[in-house]
Write a protein that binds this ligand. Structure first.
Ligand code: MOS
Length: 740
């Protein structure tokens, strides 16, 4: 008998379609706002219409009298929320409706709960809020006297090296505020049974969400259950809890009814974070033959007055290139804007726009090919920590990517390459992103019906976690992936990793391996001494391809595990696995762990009609072993689509009097559409990084966005002669092109 008839492809390293795909395309997958309960009420928040001032009074008489309205909450009657303390992480730590101070446009000042969404929306509009001490928002990027620039990384004497460097670049780059726009709106459906909450949330971290909610709502963790079965993407915007979740839960508890609160697209531009704007001065010094001698990055970013989330533009700078002197400094301008948060590749993404633009400008100044310049500055160790790299193949990303792209045919002269009557521009940029593991717990059940259940309190944010978990378990047990049922998205399960920092896959590898190993041990114990294995000890048995057999015989002479369980009348045997995070563990102190990549971008430029398009992309990625090339490629393609948006379209614009985002909808906040998507070729280099985990798999969620915008602006310069240092690229920038 074949080991497993339904097994066609090896579980790992092949493009398995998403196991949750049919649920999604049939509409059966339940997202948070899909949950409905008898007696469900609808909550709609009222947002401040000023960015700086105080609430003087709130008149809710008219709203309260409107049809269907159950209650209007303000700071006077919502009851107090506790502060988050050290329970977990939340970007906006100030509890909602906590005081009368308004720190940003859209800040929640009241909440209306009604029988229908329409009634709640109408009543929210009828709540009259008056303000005092109103000021226009201060959003300046210059630091005040109290705001200090601090040193983040330093080696050598960078200023001395810059002063004596034969060739230098000194330029400033800016990136605008960007707003996360996952198709799924943020939402909370809160239920309270008199003692405990069950909260259906849009979160990238059910465990952290539970811990923060328990603390801020003042109940034990055991009395909060978070469910996130499916997430319609998050991009970091759903990594941490936001105040609307607390409002929905508080209203559900107070009214004793389930409450649904869906954050509108407009509110999402103010109330659930954004990627803040940055300003970065880059100074590079090099010898005539293209060896870096100095690299200095001084950056500024803006945050709210209440909370601080660093946009760490130096995230990937200090270890990227070899240079004897380097300095990175950062400064934070705390202003009248809403709290910012992580957005796909936080820090590294705006940071590498500046670094990789400056490298291109240096290549031009040196008249050295930009790929060659990067190869000449490839470090042998992480010079910021003096640690060896766990696995770094940036060189191969550059050389193999260049070959695939056809880079050797590039004529460096601006505007010199043409095709189909269009000017072609070719640009390159490198990228890097952290590789770490989070703590994880996993349970694996081998069931009497021959199926396997794997469970962990993690979540699939649209990236393919369901599929990847099925693949890993199938691989470890030697069975077909369709025999594995994956259960995630519920905080009652053994705590799993949050979906952030591209860490889920790498984090789950050791815990899954341990859990499957323990389940197999249990199975061998169960089998030993009975039936076919009368007289055999567990040590004499082995588990291969889903079957128990004598070590001295072959797997096909063995017994399927379902038969063993049937004979023993056991519903299942269970194995539990847990693994620790890599932050500060012995291995991570010995190695510098990151993923790497190189983007090659072709733009077309039609000077007569000022039309710029991104036509072709080759991205080579060194992210260790790729568990599923199909979902993996999808991650990089998605990041590139987002990178097209960052380079050409995305910018949140706030009006100056009250700080309202004026393009707070999907018509005016321009994002990449299918029509804008270039031809994308993703090349995965296969260098397993076994320093991170046994399978050698690092993450791929974020790296594809890092560096991409610089590859575009570098290509734009090659086509047009215009260097765009302030994203996004606008037609106005390109009208100065002299290429005809
Ligand atoms: Mo990512 S910005 O860590 O969700």
């Amino acid at each position: 008998m074949a080991p497993d008839a339904s097994r066609t492809l090896p579980a790992l390293g092949h493009g398995h379609a998403r196991v949750d795909g049919p649920l999604k395309v049939s509409g059966a997958a339940r997202y948070s706002s899909d949950y409905h309960f008898p007696g469900l009420l609808y909550a709609v928040p009222v947002g401040a219409t000023i960015a700086h001032g105080e609430v003087a009074s709130i008149d809710d008489a008219a709203a309260s009298a409107m049809p269907g309205v159950r209650k209007v909450y303000t700071r006077a009657n919502i009851g107090r929320f506790y502060k988050p303390g050290k329970s977990g992480y939340i970007d906006e730590a100030r509890p909602p409706l906590d005081d009368d101070t308004v720190c940003y446009y859209g800040q929640y000042v009241a909440l209306v709960v009604a029988d229908t969404f329409e009634q709640a929306t109408a009543a929210a509009r009828a709540v009259k809020v008056s303000y005092r001490n109103v000021q226009a928002p201060d959003v300046r990027m210059q630091l005040t006297a109290e705001e200090k620039q601090t040193t983040d990384s330093e080696r050598g004497d960078v200023d001395k090296a810059l002063a004596s460097a034969p060739v230098t670049v000194d330029q400033t780059y800016t990136t605008p505020p960007e707003t996360h726009n996952p198709i799924e709106l943020h939402a909370s459906v809160a239920t309270w049974d008199g003692k405990a909450f069950t909260l259906y949330e849009t979160t990238q971290s059910i465990i952290n969400h539970r811990d923060v909610m328990a603390q801020m709502l003042g109940v034990p963790k055991e009395n909060v259950r978070i469910v996130t079965e499916f997430l319609g993407s998050g991009f970091g915007g759903k990594l941490w809890p936001w105040p609307h979740a607390l409002l929905a839960a508080a209203a559900a508890r107070d009214l004793g009814k389930p409450v649904k609160l869906v954050v509108t697209r407009q509110m999402m531009f103010h109330n659930v974070g954004h990627r803040t704007n940055t300003q970065q001065r880059m100074r590079l010094g090099a010898t005539h033959d293209g060896k870096l001698v100095a690299l200095r990055q001084d950056f500024l970013y803006r945050t709210s007055r209440t909370d601080h989330t660093k946009e760490d533009c130096g995230e990937a700078t200090a270890f990227l290139y070899s240079t004897p002197s380097l300095k990175i400094t950062s400064g934070c301008a705390r202003r009248d804007i809403a709290p910012n948060t992580a957005m796909r590749g936080p820090g590294a993404v705006p940071g590498l726009f500046a670094v990789e633009s400056a490298m291109d400008e240096l290549a031009l100044a040196l008249k050295i090919d930009p790929v060659e310049l990067r190869l000449r500055n490839e470090p042998t160790i992480d010079e910021s920590t003096n640690l060896p790299f766990s696995s770094r193949h940036m060189k191969e990303c550059l050389t193999e990517g260049a070959t695939r792209f056809g880079w050797a045919k590039r004529n460096p002269a601006v505007g010199s390459m043409r095709s189909d009557g269009k000017v072609l521009g070719w640009g390159v940029a490198c990228c890097a992103w952290m590789a770490q593991r989070l703590a994880a717990e996993v349970s694996v059940l081998l069931n009497a019906d021959g199926s396997v259940r794997v469970a962990s309190g993690t979540q699939d944010i649209g990236t393919g976690t369901y599929t990847m978990l099925a693949q890993m378990v199938a691989h470890d047990l030697g069975i077909a992936i369709d025999r594995v049922k994956v259960v995630i998205g519920d905080s009652a399960l053994p705590p799993g990793p949050l979906s952030g920092g591209s860490m889920v896959t790498g984090s789950l590898v050791p815990a899954v391996a341990q859990a499957t190993g323990k389940a197999v041990e249990q199975m061998l114990q169960t089998a030993s001494g009975h039936g076919a294995f009368q007289g055999a000890k567990a040590e004499q048995l082995a588990f291969t391809d889903g079957r128990v057999h004598l070590r001295s015989s072959t797997p096909d002479e063995g017994v399927p595990f379902a038969d063993i369980l049937g004979q023993a009348r056991l519903a299942h045997v269970e194995g539990k696995g847990s693994s620790r995070d890599s932050f500060g563990d012995a291995e991570s102190k010995k190695y510098s762990m990151h993923s790497y990549g190189a983007h090659f971008v072709e733009v077309t430029w039609e000077p007569a009609i000022a039309r710029l398009r991104i036509s072709r992309v080759v991205t080579a990625i060194d992210a260790g072993r790729i568990i599923n090339p199909m979902t993996g490629r999808n991650q990089i393609e998605g990041a590139i689509a987002m990178g097209v948006g960052m380079a050409l379209f995305e910018e949140t614009q706030y009006e100056r009097r009250h700080g309202k985002a004026i393009n707070s909808n999907l018509a005016d906040y321009v994002m990449t559409t299918h029509a804008d998507a270039p031809q994308i070729d993703v090349l995965f280099l296969d260098y397993p990084d076994t320093k991170l985990n046994a399978l050698g798999a690092r993450g791929i969620g974020e790296i594809g966005l890092a560096g991409f915008a610089a590859a575009v602006t570098n290509a734009v310069h090659h086509a047009t002669g215009v260097r765009v240092r302030d994203l996004p690229v606008k037609i106005e920038h390109l009208l100065t092109s002299t290429v005809v």
